[in-house]
Design a protein around this ligand. Structure first.
Ligand SMILES: Cc1cc2nc3c(=O)[nH]c(=O)nc-3n(C[C@H](O)[C@H](O)[C@H](O)COP(=O)(O)OP(=O)(O)OC[C@H]3O[C@@H](n4cnc5c(N)ncnc54)[C@H](O)[C@@H]3O)c2cc1C
Length: 456
């Protein structure tokens, strides 16, 4: 039975994946919902850049892939009817280390230019992954079962990923290898990040085939969700103040310099902590809540995109991704699923200090020269490029949340707890920051919090 006035009026702040799914599900339950979104389009960190490039090419600045086991994301993708395509699964990996392109495959294991033990040389990369990481992946436990966090999960949360790897017997050479590529993309890398977060995040990527992307661009998912919600979304509305009591909430927002207020019964804040810090609450949020909002860390990510006149790499027995030990980090053929043009886009994914360094200078040339170092044929094909820094994006102020040791288990329950009539969604309040799956699961949790506060 529903108690109180119904339908309640709910304001959702932010039309990212969390805000959109939350709104859609609340509307299905009969709530009267309005989204206030600062940008002029939905999607937030699901952001496909389209205008900068020729021939209709586009590039993902944020979310690019959906894992085979991201069931919530896949389910909403199916509901809105977007078409998915699998990421090619090559039978070899490409890395660029110490100035050399290194190919690793089961038939011809790489001779890694780092100092490995005799056993590690025999194990190879896949064998080291199995030996050092598999036990940790198991030890994280299942966070959706009662009794989590287990003792093992708490232990993993008390150390850095580097300390975990050392504890498993990994040599400094093996740790150096793990620092190149995906493992490094959370926070300031494996020497700083909580082993628990690093390992839980690794579970979100799947080594089995089935990682997908959306044909025509990832932004179609939020855009199609937003179409369903229609004019209940107001764009260009940046929320600045929230006044709340046990009777209701007043939200103040800025629309092209004009200040407006809106009264409602409840508010869902579906924006990252980094931006939430800039909103003024009256009365202030509890000290506990405010502490976690102020102290949640965010990963720096900078992407450099270059347009190439030809897809010369198709002759190089194809490249989809290359891990590098350079500041540009990870290289990806951003146009592997775009067949309409002979041109191509190569996108780099730098994180942590490298990302901050590239975005500080704002100068694309050093990043481009690193890409040319890895792919020399770019020199005769380069047509232009751009740098995009998530740190400098005013409505995310960073890419995604990360935790140092002893932060994740302590902070998560406080981040996701409601405060009176104010609810908190967003991937940063979930177990999986940096994933649409985390954003959607936070939205569904918030909807349940609201429904259960309304029923007896
Ligand atoms: C570089 C990068 C790579 C990623 N790769 C992947 C991937 O491959 N696969 C994957 O699944 N996920 C990936 N993600 C993560 C995914 O993009 C996020 O988890 C998800 O989009 C977060 O959704 P959200 O709704 O929680 O937050 P957001 O997308 O940040 O949405 C928040 C919204 O609130 C708005 N807003 C902010 N402040 C205000 C305000 N004051 N008033 C009104 N509106 C406001 C913002 O404009 C935004 O639209 C990646 C993210 C990044 C940055």
């Amino acid at each position: 039975m529903v108690i109180g006035r119904f339908p309640e009026r709910i304001v959702v702040i932010g039309a990212g994946m969390a805000g959109l799914v939350c709104t859609l599900e609340l509307m299905k339950q009969g709530y009267n919902v309005r989204i206030l979104e600062a940008n002029s389009q939905p999607g937030g960190r699901v952001y496909t850049m389209r205008d900068q490039f020729s021939d209709g090419l586009f590039c993902e600045m944020g979310a690019a892939f959906i894992g085979a086991h991201h069931f919530l994301t896949l389910s909403y993708a199916q509901q809105v009817g977007v078409q998915l395509i699998n990421l090619p699964v090559p039978n070899r990996s490409l890395s660029y280390i110490d100035g050399r392109l290194i190919i690793d495959s089961p038939d011809e294991p790489a001779l890694w230019p780092v100092s490995l033990t005799a056993e590690e040389r025999i194990l190879g990369y896949a064998g080291m992954f199995e030996k050092y990481l598999k036990p940790g992946l198991k030890a994280t436990g299942n966070p959706f079962l009662p009794g989590w966090p287990t003792k093992q999960a708490v232990l993993l949360d008390s150390m850095t990923m580097e300390q975990y790897l050392k504890g498993q017997g990994a040599s400094s050479g093996a740790i150096k290898l793990f620092e190149i590529g995906y493992m490094q993309m959370l926070g300031d890398g494996i020497r700083k990040v909580s082993a628990l977060q690093r390992l839980l995040d690794l579970k979100m990527t799947s080594s089995e085939s089935g990682t997908r992307t959306i044909v025509g661009g990832m932004d179609q998912l939020p855009k199609k969700l937003a179409l369903t919600i229609g004019s209940n979304i107001s764009y260009g509305c940046a929320v600045t103040h929230i006044e709340h009591s046990n009777k209701g909430v007043t939200v103040q927002y800025n629309n092209s310099g004009e200040i407006f207020t809106i009264n409602c019964d409840r508010v869902v804040v579906a924006i990252p902590s980094t931006v939430l810090r800039t909103i003024h609450f009256s009365p202030p949020l509890s000290k506990e809540k405010n502490d976690v909002i102020q102290n949640q860390l965010t990963t720096s990510v900078t992407r450099t995109v270059v347009q190439s006149r030809t897809r010369f790499w198709n002759n190089l027995s194809s490249f989809t991704t290359i891990n590098t030990d350079l500041k540009i980090g990870w290289l990806i053929d951003a146009t592997f699923a775009q067949m309409s043009s002979g041109r191509g886009l190569i996108c780099s994914y730098s994180s942590g200090e490298s990302a901050r360094e590239i975005s500080r200078t704002g100068n694309i040339n050093s990043a481009v020269s690193e890409i040319k170092q890895v792919l020399p044929e770019l020199s005769s094909n380069y047509e232009g490029g751009m740098v995009f820094s998530w740190d400098h994006n005013p409505y995310s102020r960073g890419a995604y949340a990360w935790y140092k040791p002893k932060q994740m288990i302590r902070m998560l329950p406080k981040l996701s707890a409601a405060q009176g009539r104010i609810y908190f969604a967003g991937d940063n309040t979930s177990l999986f920051p940096g994933w649409i799956e985390g954003a959607i699961s936070s939205a569904l949790r918030t909807v349940n919090q609201i429904i259960s506060s309304n029923s007896i």
